[in-house]
Write a protein that binds this ligand. Structure first.
Ligand SMILES: Cc1cc2nc3c(=O)[nH]c(=O)nc-3n(C[C@H](O)[C@H](O)[C@H](O)COP(=O)(O)O)c2cc1C
Length: 344
């Protein structure tokens, strides 16, 4: 490199965030539509399981909640075959840059849950049913019940678009995570695959040293795509007693604190499996966060903890995403996918 001529102004280091790679496009021309495997979505945003209760919001809203439903697909809280009371309280608390929860998959069980779906009769968007359990046959039983419910209601709402398999549950033998073990994950996926032809997204836990063997096992057993990440196992102390704050002692950390780790994991999985549809999540609170997950290879982006800031959060994040794409000259969400992976 030659030395700068005397008196020459130093060249400022390029700031990629300030420098649009392409001329800006009008916001109105940005195409937000994406294809998540076989699912055509209006835009990339979905809710993260357990953070957006559409039934509750619909009951509380004065206007027509479903006409302005902010997500392109609805992912309800994880449902299990039997009702679960969940963990002892306290179950949730704020942290410096996020929140920690140990809800313990409290849910009414699949039969009662299916009964509550009549309140979602005006939902236009597909529902991606989040399924949990402690063994492959538990997952299969939930999916069988949902398929039986869906049979004969073709065209009725809400429509089952597919399944998300929450494998971040401890299995029966010693409380180890199913999703930490490739073989156990594959067994769950295979058991579900035998029950349904609909798309299946395996939701990966970040609580592993290397997520790629689990991702490969899920895909090898028939998972259509992958969703990542679930929460990070974490501990918060109660300051007076210096005892664990949560009733369950440990919980799952989410929110902005985890975003850089989640981005790294999404990028690793996208680089290893470029053709696989991914739902990226972890700490998305603004449009730029969502764009970053897309740049790391996600097709859809889930919003979790940000939902607790208010029901308007997803609409704002979507408007910001459109603007962030436009100023960078992307004509659509698809054009931005994977741009962070070049040279990976
Ligand atoms: C209160 C709460 C409840 C959650 N419940 C579930 C759940 O039932 N099933 C699941 O797969 N993930 C659950 N999650 C994890 C989220 O879906 C998401 O993976 C995680 O919070 C990371 O996204 P975020 O940082 O945007 O919140 C829950 C998260 C929170 C905060």
């Amino acid at each position: 490199m030659s030395a700068a001529a005397p008196g020459a102004r130093p060249v400022p280091a390029p700031d990629p965030a300030e420098r649009p790679a392409l001329p800006a496009v009008p916001e109105a021309e940005v195409d937000l539509g994406v294809r998540l495997g076989p699912l055509e979505l209006e835009h990339p945003l979905v809710d993260a399981s357990g953070t957006f209760d559409a039934v509750e919001y619909a009951r509380r809203s004065r206007g027509d909640f479903f006409a302005a439903f902010p997500y392109a697909a609805y992912v309800p809280k994880t449902v299990t075959v039997e009702p679960r009371a969940g963990n002892p309280p306290p179950r949730v608390t704020e942290t410096a840059a996020g929140m920690i929860n140990a809800i313990g998959l409290a849910n009414p069980g699949v039969e009662a849950w299916l009964g509550s779906l009549s309140e979602l009769g005006a939902l236009r968007q597909p529902m991606i049913v989040s399924v949990g359990g402690n063994a492959p046959e538990h997952y299969a039983a939930v999916v069988r019940a949902v398929e039986a419910w869906a049979a004969g209601r073709a065209g009725a709402r809400p429509a089952v678009g597919g399944y998300e398999l929450n494998v971040s549950c401890p299995n029966l033998s010693g409380g180890r995570l199913i999703g930490a073990e490739p073989a156990a994950t594959a067994e769950v996926v295979a058991a579900v695959r035998a029950e349904t032809g609909r798309p299946v997204f395996t939701k990966l836990t970040p609580n592993v040293t290397d997520v790629l063997p689990v991702a490969a096992a899920a895909l090898g057993a028939g998972s259509t795509g992958l969703a990542l990440v679930n929460t990070f196992k974490a501990l918060v102390l109660e300051p007076k007693s210096l005892r664990p704050f949560l009733g369950n002692r440990t919980g799952g950390l989410c929110g902005p604190a985890i975003k850089p780790i989640a981005l790294r994991m999404v990028a690793e999985v996208a680089a290893a499996f470029p053709a696989v549809p991914l739902v990226g999540m972890g700490g998305v609170v603004c449009g730029l966060d969502a764009l970053e997950f897309i740049a790391c290879g996600a097709t859809a982006v889930a919003v979790g903890a940000a939902n607790f800031r208010g029901v308007e959060a997803p609409r704002r994040i979507l408007d910001e995403l459109r603007r962030e794409l436009a100023v960078r000259g992307f004509g659509g969400a698809n054009e931005a996918r994977g741009v962070a992976l070049a040279g990976a």
